[in-house]
Design a protein around this ligand. Structure first.
Ligand SMILES: [Zn+2]
Length: 485
C-alpha cells in the first residue's frame, strides 16, 4: 500500500499531514481536527487547553538546559477553504481529501488540498513529537476559522498565551518572511434620493461590464478598472451635454471585490437616443484606450431597458449622486515608503444599490497603519458631509504594521543566511492576516510569518512544493535552536 507521505521528508511532518487530509475541516467545522491535535498532545504527555470557540493551545517544555530561553509560539489555522471542480464528486463534510504527487508537487484530485494551512499544523505536530530538536519553552496555537472571518484569532482570550514571540506558519512562499498586513474597515453610506414624476419616454440602460474585478486588497495595485467609477464618469460627462433622468443605478456585489459591472437606467426623449448613444460610445472608447493593457474584455452597452420607470431622480439629486460617486476615492492611496511594491493604504468603492428614497454605497478601505486607515475613512466621511449623505463606519479589523527592526526578524534573517547562504525576502501583504488581530490582543508580540511554497491556495489547483517543505522544516528547526540559545 503506497501513501502520499511514503519517502517524503521529514516523514513525521508528512505523516501528520496525511492524517489531516483524512479529517474534514472546512471553516466552521474544525472540531474533529481539534480532537486530533488534542489526542496527539495527550499521547505525548503535553498539556493543552481549548477555548469555547475551539482554538487549541499545546505547551511543550524546553529541551533540558534551555528552560531559561524565551517562550516561542508556533501558530497555524485549522480550517481550510473547501473548493472543488464542478465535475468532481466530493463531500467535504465527510470525505478524505485524495492527494497525489505530480513531479515536484503534491496536490489534491480536483479539490483544494488544504496545505493552507494543514502543512503548518503538521509541522507544529511534528515539532511537538520530535525529541531530537533543541528549543526553549514552546506553545503551539491552533486557531479556528481563519478563512471566513478570522473568528478564532478574534476570540482568543488574553490569558490563552504566555509567549511574546510568535512564528506564524501560514505563508506561501519559501524564502520570504511576511512581517505585516493591512487592517480593514468599511464605510456604509446612505445617500438620500429625491424623486419626481418622470417626463422622459424611453428607458435605456447604460451598462459597463466584462471588467476583471479581483480582490480589493491584493489586486488593488494591478491597474484594474472600477465599473462604478467608469459609469459615474460617463454619466457626469453626459449630464453636461444632455438632459436625461436617472432612474436607478446598480454596481458591485461584494465588499472585498473590485466591481466588475455597473449599470444605470436613464429616461430620455426618443429624439435624443442616437446622439447620446454616439456620445457614450466615444467616451467609452477613450476609457477602453486608457485601460487597454489590463482590461481587454471591457464592454459597454446602451440598450432599451424593461426596468420599472414610474419615477425619476430630481435633476439636483441625480447631479449630486453622480458627482458624489465620481469624487469618492478608489484605488491605491499610498505605497509603503520602505517595503518595495507594498500598498500601504487603499480604498475600494465596492457597491452601489439605489432604492426609492436612498442609495446605499459601500466603500472598503485598508491600511497597514491604523492612523492612515482612519484618515482615508475620514476623507470618505467628509465627502459625505459635503454631499449631505450619512455614513456609518463600523469598527474593522486591525492591521499589522511592518517592523523592519523586529529582533525576531533579525534572528530569522541571520539563521536563514547561515542555513542557506542566501538572503531571505521580507514582504508584507495588503490584506488581513491573523497576526494583525493577535498583535492587537497581545501588545508587544514580536511576529514573523513564513512557510513552504504553496501555489493557487483556495482553488482546486492548490499545490505544495515538496522540496520546499523539507527546506522549511530545516529552517524551522534551526530557528527554534537559535531562539533557545
Ligand atoms: Zn491560510
Amino acid at each position: 500500500m503506497s501513501s502520499l507521505s511514503q519517502g517524503l521528508k521529514p516523514s513525521h511532518l508528512w505523516k501528520h499531514f496525511e492524517q489531516i487530509l483524512k479529517i474534514p475541516h472546512c471553516s466552521g467545522n474544525e472540531k474533529a481536527l481539534g480532537d486530533y491535535i488534542v489526542s496527539t498532545a495527550e499521547r505525548l504527555n503535553l498539556s493543552w487547553k481549548r477555548d469555547k470557540i475551539g482554538n487549541v493551545v499545546v505547551a511543550k517544555k524546553a529541551t533540558p538546559g534551555h528552560d531559561k530561553a524565551e517562550s516561542v509560539i508556533l501558530q497555524g489555522h485549522m480550517d481550510m477553504v473547501c473548493e472543488k471542480n464542478s465535475d468532481v464528486v466530493h463531500d467535504f463534510s465527510q470525505d478524505a481529501i485524495k492527494a497525489e504527487i505530480k513531479g515536484e508537487w503534491a496536490q489534491a484530485k480536483g479539490t483544494t488540498l488544504g496545505s493552507d494551512n494543514g502543512i503548518g499544523l503538521a509541522s507544529s505536530l511534528a515539532v511537538m513529537e520530535d525529541m531530537s530538536l533543541v528549543h526553549g519553552p514552546l506553545e503551539f496555537l491552533f486557531t479556528v476559522d481563519e478563512e471566513t472571518g478570522l473568528t478564532g484569532a478574534n476570540k482568543i482570550e488574553s490569558s490563552f498565551l504566555k509567549g511574546k514571540k510568535l512564528l506564524n506558519l501560514d505563508s506561501e512562499d519559501e524564502g520570504a518572511f511576511t512581517i505585516g498586513c493591512a487592517g480593514g474597515a468599511d464605510s456604509e453610506i446612505n445617500f438620500p434620493l429625491k424623486r419626481k414624476t418622470r417626463s422622459g419616454q424611453e428607458l435605456y440602460r447604460l451598462k459597463i461590464h466584462g471588467l476583471r474585478g479581483g480582490h480589493s486588497g491584493l489586486d488593488i495595485n494591478q491597474g484594474r478598472a472600477n465599473a462604478i467609477k467608469l459609469l459615474a464618469r460617463m454619466l457626469w460627462q453626459a449630464l453636461k451635454k444632455f438632459s436625461f433622468e436617472l432612474v436607478r443605478m446598480e454596481g458591485g456585489n461584494k465588499r472585498n471585490a473590485i466591481p466588475r459591472e455597473a449599470w444605470a437606467d436613464l429616461l430620455l426623449e426618443p429624439d435624443q437616443i442616437q446622439d447620446l448613444s454616439i456620445f457614450l460610445r466615444k467616451a467609452f472608447e477613450k476609457i477602453q484606450f486608457e485601460h487597454k493593457a489590463v482590461e481587454k474584455q471591457a464592454k459597454f452597452s446602451f440598450e432599451k431597458s424593461d426596468g420599472e420607470k414610474e419615477s425619476a431622480l430630481t435633476p439636483e439629486t441625480q447631479a449630486n449622486l453622480v458627482s458624489f460617486l465620481l469624487s469618492l476615492p478608489h484605488g491605491v492611496i499610498a505605497m509603503h515608503p520602505e517595503i518595495k511594491e507594498l500598498v500601504e493604504t487603499s480604498t475600494n468603492l465596492a457597491i452601489i444599490h439605489t432604492f426609492q428614497d436612498h442609495a446605499q454605497i459601500i466603500c472598503s478601505s485598508r491600511s497597514s497603519v491604523a492612523s492612515s486607515l482612519e484618515a482615508i475613512r475620514n476623507a470618505i466621511a467628509a465627502l459625505c458631509e459635503l454631499g449631505k449623505a450619512t455614513v456609518t463606519q463600523p469598527e474593522g479589523y486591525p492591521g499589522w504594521t511592518p517592523n523592519l527592526h523586529s529582533p525576531l526578524l533579525k534572528t530569522l534573517k541571520e539563521v536563514y543566511k547561515k542555513t542557506f547562504q542566501k538572503e531571505p525576502e521580507v514582504v508584507a501583504v495588503h490584506a488581513g492576516l491573523e497576526c494583525g488581530i493577535i498583535g492587537e490582543k497581545f501588545p508587544g508580540m514580536d511576529m514573523v510569518s513564513f512557510g513552504p511554497t504553496i501555489e493557487h491556495p483556495h482553488s482546486p489547483e492548490e499545490r505544495i512544493h515538496i522540496g520546499s517543505v523539507e527546506k522549511f522544516w530545516k529552517f524551522l528547526a534551526a530557528v527554534l535552536s537559535e531562539l533557545a540559545a
